[in-house]
Design a protein around this ligand. Structure first.
Ligand code: HEM
Length: 430
């Protein structure tokens, strides 16, 4: 048996909080190993990195998700009782609910709704001195997602609900500081909001489209043939709405990439293959979900290393997406990288890996790609804007990452369809 390299400290929780995305890849590099052992919250933990490790991590005969995610994440990002923590048949049935909503027609419809919301937003931005792009796109996505799900959204409460959903996402890496407490309160409020809708629908006091997501979750029968309890239904509705709002992060990074690499602006609107490649590179380079957690089902040995039953295991997403064995010059943004380099379900894992239907891989990848594309089209062909001088740096150790300034734009002008020139869409700073 080979000894698993050890990260020397008594407990590394503070280092994990401080280093975020870099925590696992740095140690793997230093220890020259795709696996190391450490202690997090005083619990022995194995950390895995790279394509081969991702293949292992998704072997469901070896790992379970039950009891793997830290309680703090359940109280903020995921919620209790959601699909993320299920295994086996219970997971398969619940996952089917999500997968059945990801039809081509539904993806197209969300993109169309988002396009409409962009149009309204760009119009309004023309009258504003400045727009904090990240916040504004979160609102666009919330409005589009709620219309798509047929979830009633009271106009007076859009800002409040958007702030709560954004807080849940932002709180994911905040330790037990104020970001965590803000996220926890936001989840309680959001679950109460959605839970009330679920109860009204079930009691026949609120009518919604039966084919759409809100109703589908309300009437979903779980593996035991029962409806979800109100709180779990609220968690699963939020599992659709919250990550759609989270896509605003990728959209902000796409805008940043267009700003920092203007050479792509000209060809993207007319070259579908390049647009696909560019979107994937945004998801790879700006991957913002640092790692995943699982537990060892039963003792086994992998590459000579012993994995004891019950041990918590973390899979490095950020570092695997930047592993030089899979990617050439991985720490550079190359808009056309995916036209040349081969991605697979284990080396490109910004939203998890393996199969969507049978594993925990994110069912929202098609939504994500579609909404980033909508945003790029808007930025390049529907508006003119300026990126004033600001702090565009990214603190890569913050979880989740975001440009310090949240990407501010000004002097926005809406452009009629077909009249835009993407090379001049973003104006030079005066
Ligand atoms: C910003 C874009 C997104 C990112 C970075 C992201 C990331 C992830 C990651 C890393 C996982 C875990 C995969 C695993 O455990 O193996 C996941 C799972 C999940 N995502 Fe996403 N996601 C995004 C968008 C979406 C969207 C748009 C939806 C829904 C419309 C969605 C719904 C879910 C659900 C329900 C799961 C749990 C799946 C399961 O446990 O089987 N995500 N996502």
């Amino acid at each position: 048996m080979t000894t698993i390299p050890r990260d020397g400290k008594l407990d590394s929780s503070l280092s994990l909080l401080r280093e975020g995305n870099h925590f696992i890849p740095r140690r793997c590099q230093r220890l020259r190993s795709d696996i190391f052992q450490t202690r997090l919250l005083f619990e022995p933990t194995l950390c895995l990195h790279g394509e081969a490790a991702a293949r292992l991590f998704y072997d469901q005969s070896r790992f379970t998700r039950e009891g793997a995610a830290p309680g703090m994440l359940k109280k903020t990002l995921f919620g209790e009782g959601g699909v993320q923590g299920l295994d086996g048949e219970a997971h398969r049935i619940r996952k089917q609910l999500f997968m059945s909503l990801m039809t081509a027609a539904n993806i197209r419809e969300l993109a169309e709704l988002a396009t409409e919301e962009w149009r309204v937003a760009i119009d309004a931005w023309q009258r504003r001195d400045q727009v904090v792009f990240f916040h504004a796109v979160q609102e666009i996505h919330l409005r589009a997602a709620c219309r798509w799900a047929d979830l009633p959204l009271c106009e007076a409460e859009v800002v409040k609900h958007c702030a709560d959903i954004a807080a849940m996402i932002d709180g994911a890496g905040g330790g037990v500081g104020w970001r965590y407490w803000r996220a926890r309160r936001a989840r309680i409020r959001s679950e109460a909001w959605i839970g009330d809708l679920v109860e009204r629908i079930r009691a026949g006091r609120l009518e919604v489209d039966k084919e759409r997501a809100l109703s589908r979750v309300c009437w979903h029968q779980d593996a035991d043939g029962q409806l979800l309890d109100t709180q779990t239904a609220a968690v699963e509705v939020l599992n659709l709405i919250r990550p759609t709002v989270a896509i605003a992060r990728y959209v902000t990074f796409a805008a940043l990439a267009l700003h920092e690499h203007p050479e792509w602006r000209q060809s993207l609107p007319t070259d579908a293959a390049l647009l696909d490649a560019f979107v994937q590179e945004v998801r790879r380079y700006y991957s913002f979900f640092p790692f995943l957690a699982a537990r060892v089902r039963a003792d086994f040995t992998w590459q000579g290393y012993h994995f004891p039953r019950g041990t918590r295991v973390l899979l490095d997403l950020f570092g695997t997406n930047r592993d030089p064995r899979s990617w050439r010059e991985p720490d550079t943004f190359q808009g056309d990288r995916f036209l040349r380099e081969a991605a697979n379900a284990y080396n490109f894992i910004p939203q998890g890996g393996d199969e969507h239907a049978t594993h925990h891989r994110c069912p929202g990848e098609w939504f994500t790609e579609a909404l980033i594309k909508v945003a790029i089209e808007q930025l390049l062909t529907r508006m003119r804007y300026r990126v004033p001088s600001q702090a565009l740096d990214i603190d890569w150790s913050r979880t989740p990452i975001i440009p310090t300034s949240r990407f501010v734009i000004d002097q926005v002008q809406a452009l009629p369809y077909g009249q835009a020139d993407p090379t001049t869409g973003e104006m030079q700073e005066s």
